[in-house]
Design a protein. Structure first.
Length: 80
């Protein structure tokens, strides 16, 4: 039973990861009114309400996790 449960959990984790895309870049601008973050390559993403954007500044290197097939950011974090 434990083996089946572990396999199911691992499968669900893999499926969840398949529905997210990741983009890395440098912040060009942040518009708090629309929650839009634009990267230097022209990519514009809209941050979800629970994603902190207050600390983002132009020139910051970031990694953005997007909902698959959209420009909706579910996470934005500093990139190394």
């Amino acid at each position: 039973m434990k083996k089946i449960l572990a396999t199911t959990i691992a499968s669900l984790a893999f499926i969840g990861a398949a529905y997210a895309a990741t983009v890395e870049g440098v912040v060009q601008s942040v518009d708090p009114a629309t929650r839009t973050v634009t990267l230097e390559d022209g990519t514009a993403v809209v941050a979800a309400e629970d994603v902190a954007i207050d600390a983002l500044a132009p020139g910051a290197k970031v990694k953005v996790t997007l909902e698959d097939g959209t420009s909706n950011a579910t996470a934005i974090e500093a990139a190394m």
